[in-house]
Design a protein around this ligand. Sequence first.
Ligand code: KG4
Ligand code: ZN
Length: 383
Amino acid sequence: MVRSGEQVISNVVASQIATHQPYGGVVPELASREHLRAIVPVVRQALAEAGKTYESIDALAVTQGPGLAGALMVGISYAKALAFALEKPLIAVNHLEGHIHAVLLEERQKGNRELHFPLLALVVSGGHTHLYLAQRHGESWSYENIGHTRDDAAGEAFDKVAKLLGLGYPGGPIIDQLAKHGDARAVKFAISQIKHPDRRTASKIPSLGQNRATNGAAAGTFSSVNGSAAPKFDFSYSGIKTAVLRYVETQGLAESIEARRRALGGTAKPKLDDYLAHCDQQALDLIASFQRAMVGDLVSKTLAAAREYGVATLFVTGGVAANNELRETFEREAPEHGIPVYFPSRPLSTDNAAMIGAAAYPKFVARQFAPTDFSAEAGLALR
Ligand code: KG4
Ligand code: ZN
């Protein structure tokens, strides 16, 4: 439950990690079933923890997409039923806008209301690696996508590499912890760079930085509005997964990986020490090198985009934003370019309901309610 888009009164998260763990990734059918099982008790618990009744709610917010259609439909069906029974308005929210508003929610909570535009948001999760330029028009927000992954998302790469190395699911948090114990310079990974012929036209774009403004008096205009091609900053992370696999093969690591998989698979809720006990120095160095390559690419592309667009504020959000090395690198390098960088706290970096409530608030103020016939959109774009 969220009050006025800036105060979290309760935030209940039902984790499905244990359900998907044996499969090494999310199984869509199981995700829908788990949603169905959890949704009524989770909402009930959120109200109980907030000390509120159903009747005291002003409006309900639900994720419309993007995501797994079956899981989205469970949430939407329940939210529609609840809104109908309670006679409350229902607001449809884009999941990615939720990740961006997780940052805004906490900054407002800290009393930081001074936002400088243009604002660039890197949304980096299990399903997305997207760069959005965000504008505010009064209470409403709009977004322009200036880069996205052409294949795997960054979180997906963490998860797939962890699976490949016998570390289990989800890979991000485990790799994050183990990377600290390895030498990141041990293995050189080159991440595929996307050629952007239209990047050459970038100089024609008026620098938004010349026209900075604060607090939503959205500065400048986006490149596409000016009719020139927008420079793109795309990502690609399927190649690094193949490079890790090649390293495993050429170094003959298959046997030790299988032993690790068996040992960890037989340990209920393995802890860092359990992982460390089953990783030799070569494995730790490989993990650290992989993470360093991922972080280097995410940070350098995001900062290149930020410079190109004369960005005044940077948000980094989504599950992978919980990564320690990613945070530290952004915190070190963004200020060198004069750009302040903001992250959500770790609990609000990964998927949660508070961010959806926060993103719904401007729509509540603008009375942008969902039509009764709206449905789930697995590939919903953020605009
Ligand atoms: O945003 P999120 O909770 O769900 C999606 O919308 O996808 O992101 C989940 C992703 C997973 O791929 C997970 O491995 C990754 O975020 N992740 C991390 C960390 N914590 C979660 N990746 C790197 N380092 C972490 N500490
Ligand atoms: Zn997410």
